[in-house]
Design a protein. Structure first.
Length: 732
């Protein structure tokens, strides 16, 4: 390899980054803190291995999103023209291996990969077949427990029964798994579990892949589950050339099976490993990092490190406190507008993060009212839209005719006189004859109970696939075009007056475009590979951020992103940390992730009252704010009580006669204002922080929901909820 290439690979890196990049043989743990340049280190390490003479085909690099895999490949291409390098997600790599060894595991090559909606549908079938009430044993919850078992490599026969619910899961799990196998389908968890089976049980396959993948690099290792841990262990067992990068302080996916213990125990699992700590942050100010360091120091399960930055200046973190979520939402809108007006900034530089998705409603409503452009990350993904899934189901049937779930999805889409009753009778006929549902459609004349029109429609459905199959396997775009047109899908939406149907037609056209792009990009493409790519796209791979829109998203979705200004909403005990959270340390890590998304500014907001299940509850600011350190966060109280204190300070008023803080006329204390709606009377002069001074003209509403009508000097008449009006009584 030319000296210039090696010099380019190491250009502009720090000493510690260089140490991680140039390590070749033996295990390596890179503790890469937030904003420490990990995306520079990993691809350069791959380039350095090749420059040292390691064949690219002997390297396997694992990332957690397809997007990250693509970015890593493109960064390697900046240094080298490399062919044969495996850079992919765990699931993509496993799917690729399983295509080669499907038959050894009891599957056919073109197995279907079921997404969450498909999995839930299978769980519902299993519950129905076992006569288990799906209203009491909700399919998503049952599926969650099955998924957790698979992540821990627990087979149906070994599933532990801890309670009555688990007993039902124990009954459903084997039925669910057998249904998948009968339909030649795997779910996401099966991709991992079956590769573990392959490597454990098939000595030839294990030897082959240990020799092929002599160097492993695993990114975001703190987010691996037991199955992923086992895959890495089995592949790296022979040579121990395993490099993992990650940060225990950013392990936030325990709820979906991630085990922080995998990274914490790496040094024990690989004795003699080198440890490189990347603790310099190139993103945030030291002000932000000081708060984040102080917060995360309260966790016990971590590797000791303190992030630092050369950017010493910066605005203090602000905690802004409001009476209720409506006031909070209005303040967030104002803060977003303020941040976007800073020199060189724009709306796309601002993110509003929250713990639960329900929090976005009040914020969205306020943004709409004030005309602030925004995008909510986490809407329906392209490949999850109904019309796209319909088209993909047709394509899946071409490769996997025994996938009854796909057949059932589209057998009457577009409508072809095969309603639920007809499909049920056809399914009964299939079960009685030991046929797939598609084969039963071909044999519809023999199905009892079907009307002549239903028999004709079923046969016509079966006949759709022969000409489609004649198109072959590649290129993909003509097949996709034929499916959306010849099945009637495109016409059914294009001819509809409904604007949503017009959009669905456009989405189907976009699917054809996606297939054409795939054809141009794929060297050895196939319909199977195209469908696999579509199935493995995750929400984390979506590019929904917009330069001229504020980003609204959950804290989990913000992992890996950065913004000039980050506003974290609802920072209250019971909401963040969540009162139902099993792991307080993971909640703290989630706050750490939120703080370190910001380059220059962090604003935390909380409300003293928040609606929940139709009732208003009192709230306290989160313990996490205190844990950041009393000097790290500037407290700004925008509640009515806080306003009263500031007004007294401006007017020089004293204390109430009983010694409590008051406004000099027997007005309510802070505690009183939070527990009982204050009493007002017509003629009372009042002050409001937004509307200024005015006079109460009437008191209305019920005893439980009193309202106060105020005519303000400059803003006219307003009707306000007495409990949240934030009015300060003035002495005339």
């Amino acid at each position: 390899m030319e000296l210039d290439t090696r010099r380019k690979i190491l250009e502009g890196v720090s000493d510690r980054q260089r140490e991680a990049i140039t390590h070749v043989d033996g295990p390596l743990l890179v503790l890469a803190g937030a904003g420490s340049g990990k995306t520079r280190v990993n691809p350069r390490r791959l380039g350095h291995l090749v420059s040292e003479g390691v064949p690219a085909t002997r390297i396997l690099a694992i990332t957690f999103t397809n997007k990250a895999a693509g970015e890593m490949r493109s960064r390697v291409d900046e240094f080298l023209d490399v062919r044969g390098l495996w850079v992919s997600t765990f699931h993509s790599a496993c799917a690729r291996l399983l295509r080669r060894h499907a038959e050894a595991l009891g599957y056919r090559e073109h197995f279907t990969i079921y997404d969450t909606d498909d999995q839930i549908a299978v769980v519902k079938e299993a519950l129905a077949s076992l006569k288990i009430d799906a209203t009491h044993y909700r399919p998503p919850v049952v599926l969650g427990r099955i998924s957790a078992a698979k992540n821990d490599l627990i087979d149906p026969a070994d599933y532990a029964v801890g309670d009555y619910f688990d007993q039902k899961v124990f009954d459903v799990y084997p039925v669910y798994q057998e249904t998948l196998r009968r339909r030649n389908a795997m779910d996401f968890d099966d991709l991992l579990v079956n590769v573990v089976r392959l490597l454990r049980e098939n000595a030839d396959a294990r030897e082959t892949y240990q020799d092929q993948f002599q160097y492993l690099l695993v990114d975001e290792y703190q987010d691996t589950n037991r199955a992923q841990y086992e895959i890495v262990r089995l592949l790296g067992a022979k040579r121990k050339n395993v490099c993992v990068t990650g940060d225990p302080d950013q392990s936030i996916y325990g709820w979906r099976g991630a085990d922080i213990g995998n990274i914490l125990s790496f040094e024990r699992d690989y004795p003699g490993c080198r440890v490189v700590v990347l603790d310099r942050n190139y993103r945030s100010t030291q002000v932000i990092l000081d708060a984040a360091n102080a917060l995360i120091a309260h966790n016990a399960d971590r590797k000791e490190k303190a992030m630092w930055s050369e950017e010493r200046a910066g605005k203090a973190i602000e905690h802004r406190r409001y009476d209720d979520e409506g006031e909070e939402a209005g303040a967030i809108a104002a803060a977003a507008r303020e941040a976007a007006r800073e020199e060189g900034a724009r709306y796309g530089d601002v993110a509003v993060l929250y713990r639960v998705t329900a929090q976005s409603r009040a914020i969205e409503e306020r943004f709409v009212r004030e005309g602030i452009p925004y995008v909510v990350v986490g809407g329906t993904a392209f490949y999850q839209r109904r019309e796209i899934k319909d088209a993909l189901a047709y394509l899946t049937i071409l490769l996997n005719p025994v996938d009854d779930l796909s057949v059932r999805r589209v057998i009457n889409v577009p409508a072809r006189k095969l309603g639920k009753t007809a499909v049920a009778r056809l399914s009964e006929h299939a079960a009685a004859r030991g046929l797939s549902l598609l084969a039963a459609a071909r044999d519809a004349d023999a199905a009892p109970g079907l009307s002549p029109s239903a028999r004709k429609a079923a046969a016509a459905f079966f006949d759709l696939f022969a000409p489609l199959a004649a198109l072959g396997d590649f290129p993909v775009s003509p097949i996709v075009r034929a499916v959306v047109e010849n099945t009637g899908l495109l016409a059914s939406y294009r001819n509809s007056p409904d604007p949503q149907d017009v959009e669905r037609a456009e989405n189907l056209e976009e699917l054809v475009v996606a297939a054409a792009e795939y054809d141009r990009r794929a060297e050895n493409g196939s319909l199977a590979a195209f469908l696999e790519q579509a199935a493995l796209v995750t929400s984390a791979d979506r590019s929904e951020l917009a330069p001229e829109r504020v980003t609204l998203m959950t804290l989990h979705a913000a992992k890996g992103l950065e913004f000039h200004t980050v506003i974290i909403a609802g920072v209250e005990d019971g909401l963040f940390p969540l009162d139902r959270a099993d792991d307080l340390e993971e909640e703290r890590r989630l706050m750490y992730v939120g703080l370190t998304r910001a380059r220059r500014r962090v604003i935390l907001t909380s409300a003293d009252w928040r609606a929940r299940a139709g009732f208003s509850e009192t709230r306290r600011p989160s313990r996490f704010i205190r844990e950041m350190g009393k000097n790290a966060v500037a407290e700004i109280d925008h509640t009515a009580a806080g306003l009263a204190r500031r007004l007294r300070a401006r007017t020089g008023r004293g204390r109430r006669r009983d010694g409590a803080d008051g406004d000099g006329d027997g007005g309510p204390s802070a505690d009183e204002m939070r527990s009982e709606p204050p009493a007002y009377s017509p003629g009372q002069r009042v002050f409001h922080e937004t509307f200024g001074q005015g006079v109460v003209t009437a008191v209305a509403g019920s005893r439980h929901s009193p309202k106060v009508v105020v005519t303000f000097d400059e803003h006219g008449e307003k009707t306000l909820a007495a409990a949240f009006a934030r009015l300060v009584k003035l002495r005339v």
